[in-house]
Design a protein around this ligand. Structure first.
Ligand SMILES: [Zn+2]
Ligand SMILES: [Zn+2]
Length: 265
């Protein structure tokens, strides 16, 4: 008679093919492969392995969330870029003995540094900086003109606090509705959206107008309501083409009139 297994008498579950140290807990609805608990993705009663769960036709929102989870966005890198300026300000004020301003500079430096490192406290802390600076200015008896830079700074801080993309960077949970909106802004026919932006810009900067028409036509071609997930923004693309066209005609007419001015009287 053979000796019983040393570790456990229970029959062992097969290991996960991607994480051999983890036991598999089920098989994927789509590919039939084993998955472990950590990577299992559930959509509408069905469970998928990690590879299948993020496919566009299975769960495009979950896929986007995993892609952006903990990943720095442009704002995080901008925070890092601004850190040396805040630090230089802090040191310069400290060396001049202006401790009042040095403390404010140090607070800025700490918040932007922590933001870049993904410290969650940096997100609410950013909201405190504009009021702190306002307090600092008022203490020194400055006029209310200091609100001119502080009001937009406060607006930006509030916007960043509310941003779904920023929440994903800080690895904070977001609901499906927020993910849907982020998807619509980022991934749903971005060329059509860019066409509209270029179309509006073309009204002021004429060289952008032909680009708006081109992007609009490509964006229009990509619209496919039957795809999974659906590709939309038809109106954005159309507006880009039309605004671009109006700009091209308008600016051409304007330039021609400038070249052959109507002789007076
Ligand atoms: Zn699978
Ligand atoms: Zn696994």
């Amino acid at each position: 008679m053979s000796a019983p297994a040393a570790s456990t008498a229970l029959p062992e579950a097969p290991p996960c093919p991607r994480h051999p140290e983890q036991p598999a807990v089920g098989t994927c609805t789509r590919c039939g492969g084993f998955y472990c608990e950590a990577e299992a993705l559930r959509h509408e009663e069905r469970t998928y392995c990690e590879a299948c769960g993020v496919l566009p036709e299975v769960g495009h929102l979950e896929g986007m969330k995993r892609k952006l989870w903990g990943k720095r966005d442009g704002w995080a890198w901008l925070m890092l870029a601004s850190a040396p300026l805040h630090l230089a300000f802090t040191v310069a004020m400290g060396m001049d003995g202006l401790w009042h301003w040095a403390v404010l500079g140090a607070a800025d430096t700490a918040v932007v540094g922590a933001w870049f490192l993904g410290v969650r406290l940096a997100r609410p802390a950013l909201l405190l900086l504009p009021p702190l600076w306002l307090g600092g200015f008022l203490l020194k008896g400055r006029d209310l003109w200091v609100l001119v830079p502080l009001v937009p700074a406060m607006g930006l801080a509030l916007w960043l606090y509310a941003s779904t993309r920023v929440r994903l960077f800080f690895q904070l949970e977001v609901d499906g509705e927020r993910l849907e909106r982020l998807w619509d802004a980022r991934e749903n026919n971005p060329l059509a959206r860019l066409a509209l932006v270029c179309g509006l810009a073309g009204l002021v900067v004429p060289v952008v107008a032909p680009l708006a028409m081109l992007l609009g036509l490509v964006g229009l071609h990509r619209v496919n309501p039957g795809a999974t997930p659906p590709i939309g923004k038809r109106m954005h693309a159309l507006a880009g083409v039309m605004l671009g066209g109006v700009s091209v005609v308008g600016w051409t007419g304007f330039l021609l009139m400038g070249r052959w001015p109507v002789p007076p009287g």
